[in-house]
Design a protein around this ligand. Structure first.
Ligand code: ZN
Length: 241
């Protein structure tokens, strides 16, 4: 389908980008799990870029203490469903794409059904337990998983696409007990969520991501980025032999 006159105008500046492929974005389905500080940012950029179908998964309601970082929401949204409010806000930004709000939390029993049909999974979660469920489904269904996490002054991202790459459980197989609440200022998930959106766009248009098999760590207190390569773990509980 050729782009309409309005799409040509809306996407005018990105269509000038070398290697850009709007058709591939338009035909893609992205699942964003967690619509907080990370997911709200990746969802915003993917909506603006014209990804054809976004599925937004979050069972939480908006709280006042979310608003220092969860920039999709306003003070008026307090007490309302994050998935629903996010879908409303994003549909206003770009009415030409399909946005689906799912007010559920990922569990062992619903994961396959919720993830099926997506081309990419974006991790906007705040706990490793649910991440490991997503990682397992990503491996089982062969759907790439874009990991992102933050803690105080540090954030990290990676792209897992097993069996071509290691999986999350190769490097972080255990459930960690994270102290609640995690210290966080809004600009950090802003940076990490933007990197996740960039990886998703790169994967949709090129079929690969140069960060696959590497962990990118951002130290916000020193403005340094570090890239750490890692290998598949033969004893990985998910993708090991
Ligand atoms: Zn693994």
């Amino acid at each position: 389908m050729p782009l309409s006159e309005s799409e040509l105008q809306r996407y005018q500046r990105q269509l000038l980008v070398d290697g850009w492929n709007q058709d591939k974005l338009k035909s893609a389905t992205v699942l964003i799990v967690g619509l907080g500080g990370l997911g709200g940012v990746s969802a915003t950029y993917l909506t603006a870029a014209g990804v054809g179908h976004l599925k937004l998964l979050d069972s939480d309601i908006v709280e006042l203490s979310n608003l220092n970082r969860q920039i999709l929401y306003t003070t008026d949204d307090i007490g309302k469903s994050k998935a629903t409010q996010a879908a409303k806000r994003l549909s206003a930004l770009n009415p030409g794409i399909k946005i689906e709000a799912v007010g559920e939390r990922i569990t062992e029993s619903n994961a396959i059904q919720l993830v099926s049909g997506s081309d990419i999974i974006i991790d906007g979660l705040d706990n490793h337990h649910d991440r490991l469920i997503l990682n397992r489904v990503s491996y089982d269904l062969k759907i790439p998983f874009i990991y992102g996490a933050i803690d105080e002054w540090q954030g990290q991202v990676s792209f897992f696409n097993p069996p071509k790459t290691p999986c999350l459980a190769c490097i972080m197989p255990e459930e960690k007990q994270t102290p609640k609440p995690i210290p966080v200022f809004g600009a950090l998930p802003g940076t990490i969520g933007t990197l996740q959106a960039t990886m998703a766009l790169e994967y949709m248009m090129k079929g690969d991501v140069s960060l696959a098999g590497k962990l990118l760590i951002y130290y916000a207190d020193s403005f340094e980025f570090e890239t750490v390569s890692f290998e598949k773990n033969p004893r990985c509980p998910v993708c090991g032999k």
